[in-house]
Design a protein around this ligand. Structure first.
Ligand SMILES: O=C[C@H](O)COP(=O)(O)O
Length: 259
């Protein structure tokens, strides 16, 4: 088996469609500043701006290879008659190294992306030499802990399996476990819930194949303080709103670095 190329731990932020172009530039500039030497950060840091900012973000990060640039989605084909779609080949050409796929906001209406669509896109991302960051998660919450874990594992398993089947065995994959009900909330899902679900998903992946380069991050209202509760079983965090303040993003990175 090839040695893993993914860092042991990853922290990333999805800017979704919250930022305009000037604020994206300011945010990325601030991140590049805090990771630049003399800082020595071993955590993999990634950032997903909106498509129109990717090329300029890539220029801004030219001297900061520690920060991995990623896109929020892509099409499964490299080129063709797909007006308004985004080619994975072009994402690679403008400097992306990660592509987020199957976010809950894409799996639901109006986009209604299925596991099959997400898996096909994951294959396209790998074919173009990038890393798929595949979001998985159950839609509804149960008040009973054991029931909630069972529901989550049942819903996430096909989401995971379809991607494993589509992507060659030596390709790195990042999964972001994001319970849909915890996205856009005030608080993340409980640590007990997340740790139990991620443990089962890691077991599932382990029984299917020996893949060295799989990481499972947690996302869904994660913020400073969340990492301390999850560090024993999760490989990092996928952040949203609570890291749109660059100081909070830096705080989370420091928490991961120091653990
Ligand atoms: O892509 C990121 C996640 O959906 C988390 O977003 P959130 O932290 O704002 O809930």
């Amino acid at each position: 088996m090839k040695p893993p190329i993914l860092p042991k731990r990853l922290v990333g932020v999805n800017l979704k469609m919250y930022f305009d172009a000037p604020s994206t530039t300011a945010y990325i500039t601030a991140i590049a500043k805090f990771v630049a030497p003399p800082a020595s950060i071993s955590t993999g840091i990634f950032i997903l701006p909106s498509y129109p900012c990717l090329a300029s973000a890539s220029d801004l990060l030219d001297m900061t290879p520690q920060v991995i640039l990623g896109a929020q989605n892509c099409h499964a084909e490299d080129s063709g008659a797909y007006t308004g779609e985004i080619s994975p080949l072009m994402l690679k050409q403008v400097g992306c190294r990660i592509v987020c796929l199957g976010h809950a906001e894409r799996r639901r209406a109006p986009f209604n992306e299925t596991d099959e669509v997400v898996a096909t896109k994951a294959e396209a991302v790998v074919r173009n030499g990038m890393i798929p960051l595949v979001c998985i998660g159950e839609k509804s919450r149960s008040g009973i802990m054991s029931e909630g874990v069972g529901i989550a594992v049942r819903e996430c398993s096909p989401q995971v399996m379809s991607v494993l089947r589509a992507v060659p065995g030596d390709a790195p994959i990042i999964f972001a476990y994001e319970p849909v009900w915890a996205i856009g909330a005030q608080e993340p899902a409980s640590a007990d819930h997340v740790l139990a679900v991620v443990k089962s998903l890691k077991q599932l992946i382990g029984t299917v194949e020996e893949r060295a380069d799989v990481r499972i991050l947690y996302g869904g209202s994660a913020k400073p303080g969340t990492w301390g509760t999850l560090k024993e079983g999760v490989d990092g965090l996928f952040l949203g709103r609570f890291a749109h303040d660059v100081g909070n993003f830096e705080r989370v990175v420091r928490e991961v670095e120091e653990s």
